[in-house]
Design a protein around this ligand. Structure first.
Ligand code: ADP
Length: 588
């Protein structure tokens, strides 16, 4: 009984391989059949030869099965046990009256057993041997009926019936067990699938909350540092502050890359299509990268095919992210010479426009053997030449995955020591096929010292900043200090509602994630506040939640604008000037 329990628990034990368990199950059933037939032979007064054959067969079969299971050589063991099972067959066939006794149904069971325990070529070979062997038995019995040990007719009929009954029972048992084993397997698979989904979700949540938590202190560091840069300070302090700014931006970039990677790997990255002007996309790109190239003493060359359609439809933000990544790399890995961005394309057969971006540099180049690893996560190739250049090795992997999501592609050709060209193709829907013409993309310097950046003059403007982190409130206050605006603060939704009830604010800067009442709920309460003085105020979400779909989500929630922490003074001022045209935004 305990042995039977042990066998059952082994059959259902998911730690043991499915193949091993099936073998054990099938062989146990075959063994049961051996035992029943042996016992029957003993009690029915069969010949001594028949009893001895059955006893030897049973012992040999049990030994083979036990050895196979212990040694783990399932493939060899199952073939031997299958053939052994079948070797006994001719002996029982002749000693139990051939086709007149109970042997034929047992033959059917033997074939099913051999078929199920063996695999691949062993299965074909074993089945061939078994079928051939039994054909020979039947033929011999036909040609030499004297070879058969016949029993009285009533006994033969009874044996034949009992054999059919036994085999049917064994087959039913077999299929019940097999179905149970597969069901148990299926339950495990379903449970594991659920666990993986939960893990993915937990990973996604972890990365997004980590990104949020890191952005909050970085917001304070970058914002307060920007204030330092605005002051009249010594060259040494300025240099230190500029280094803090660069380090802060790198930290932010890394956090963004990790967040993007997590989203891509958990399938949470969405491609959001909208119409965009080709010229404006290119001008944004050029504005973002040209100054970086020239700062490093590199020529930035732009070649635009005038035949490009003026308006396309696609995910402009992700296209910019892809291009920015590749161009930033080109600048990073080029010491002297130039970086060239060429844009061309052609009308595809599917009605879309295949935009082709080529980013060529005269930099350190990439070894041929490294090219296949370029797009793998966390892989930085040619570490000796690139270890001094900051980077995570995530950028190109994100580029590749984003392009895959957009039906696009990327390839590289490079000559080590001479330079590389990244070739990117992205199919885009055409909205306006008018040729874009020759573009004159003027660079708007984005790296001007903070002290010379645009300034907002908004005397008398009343602004309320709502945030549960005092440091963030201080950053906003300081960034707007010189604008003349009156900036008040609230450390949460309740305090904000108290203030908006009695005071009219032209603009409210609202954090999203706050304890007790979040920014969205607070916004709705402000809008519904009976006799509230700020019911119609412009409300901007100033949050550490980043993501391509966030802006749309916040707009749908009723916000008039969306700013991501850490916010630059210039960006904040531009947003205020956009929402409140009375505020002057001028170059200082
Ligand atoms: P990283 O953050 O290290 O730049 P990427 O995924 O963007 O990560 O790039 C992976 C590796 O590919 C880099 O570490 C660098 O060795 C190589 N690489 C990428 N672009 C260039 C290029 N334009 N010239 C030379 N090597 C490059």
């Amino acid at each position: 009984m305990t042995e039977m329990k042990a066998v059952m628990s082994r059959i259902l034990d998911p730690e043991i391989s499915l193949r091993k368990r099936l073998f054990q199950l099938l062989s146990t059933i075959a063994l049961v059949e051996y035992c029943i037939v042996t016992v029957y032979n003993l009690v029915s007064g069969s010949s001594t030869t028949q009893i001895v054959i059955m006893l030897i067969g049973t012992i040999l079969f049990a030994a083979t099965v036990a050895f196979t299971f212990r040694s783990g050589h399932i493939r060899v063991g199952s073939t031997i046990s299958g053939l052994l099972y079948f070797c006994i067959y001719p002996l029982t066939f002749f000693s139990s009256g051939g086709m007149y006794g109970g042997a034929p149904p047992v033959f059917a069971f033997a074939l099913v057993y051999v078929f199920l325990v063996t695999e691949k070529w062993e299965r074909a070979a074993s089945l061939a041997v078994c079928i051939l062997g039994s054909a020979v038995c039947f033929r011999l019995a036909y040609l030499h009926p004297e070879m058969l040990t016949r029993h009285p007719v009533d006994v033969e009929h009874a044996e034949s019936f009992l054999a059919i009954l036994l085999v049917t029972l064994l087959l039913c048992m077999l299929f019940t067990f097999v179905t149970e084993v597969y069901r148990a397997e299926n339950r495990i698979v379903q449970r594991q699938k659920k666990e993986i989904e939960d893990l993915n979700q937990a990973q996604k949540n972890f990365f997004s909350s980590m990104s949020h938590e890191i952005r909050t202190p970085v917001n304070a560091i970058i914002g307060l540092n920007e204030m330092t840069l605005r002051e009249e300070i010594s060259d040494e302090v300025r240099e230190n502050a500029q280094n803090i700014e660069v380090a802060g931006r790198i930290l932010l970039h890394t956090v963004n890359e990790i967040l993007d990677m997590a989203k891509l790997e958990t399938g949470g990255m969405e491609i959001l299509k909208s119409d965009y002007r080709t010229a404006s996309l290119l001008s944004d790109i050029v504005n973002m990268v040209r100054s970086r190239a020239t700062e490093k003493g590199l020529d930035f060359v732009l070649r635009v095919d005038p035949a490009l359609p003026a308006v396309l439809c696609g995910d402009e933000i992700r296209i910019k992210q892809v291009l920015l990544n590749v161009i930033t790399n080109a600048i990073k890995y080029t010491r002297e010479g130039s970086v060239t961005l060429s844009i061309s394309g052609e009308h595809g057969e599917d009605g879309r426009f295949q935009v082709v971006y080529d980013v060529a540099d005269t930099g350190i180049g990439i070894r041929e053997e490294s090219i296949p690893h370029l797009f793998s996560s966390f892989r930085r190739v040619d570490e000796q030449s690139t270890h001094a250049i900051e980077g995570t090795g995530l950028g190109l992997s994100i580029v590749k995955q984003l392009l895959d999501l957009m039906d696009g592609s990327v390839s590289v050709s490079s000559e080590y020591g001479k330079g590389s060209t990244f070739h990117i193709e992205i199919p885009q829907e055409i909205v306006d096929d008018t040729p874009v013409g020759s573009l004159d993309l003027k660079t708007v310097p984005d790296k001007a010292p903070a002290s010379q950046q645009n300034r907002l003059t908004a005397p008398g403007l009343r602004i309320l900043a709502v945030d549960d982190t005092p440091m963030n409130l201080m950053v906003v206050k300081k960034l707007l200090r010189d604008s003349g605006a009156v900036v008040e603060t609230a450390s949460g939704g309740t305090e904000a509602l108290r203030k908006t009830l009695t005071t009219h604010y032209d603009l409210i800067l609202m954090d999203h994630q706050m304890p007790e009442m979040d920014g969205i709920a607070c916004l709705h309460r402000i809008r519904e506040q009976e006799s509230g003085m700020s019911r119609d105020s412009r409300v901007v979400c100033l949050t550490a939640n980043v993501g391509a779909d966030m802006e749309t989500r916040y707009r749908e929630a009723g916000f008039d604008g969306y700013l991501v922490k850490p916010v630059r003074g210039k960006t904040l001022e531009e947003e205020i000037a956009r929402l409140l045209p009375s505020a002057q935004h001028t170059e200082s």
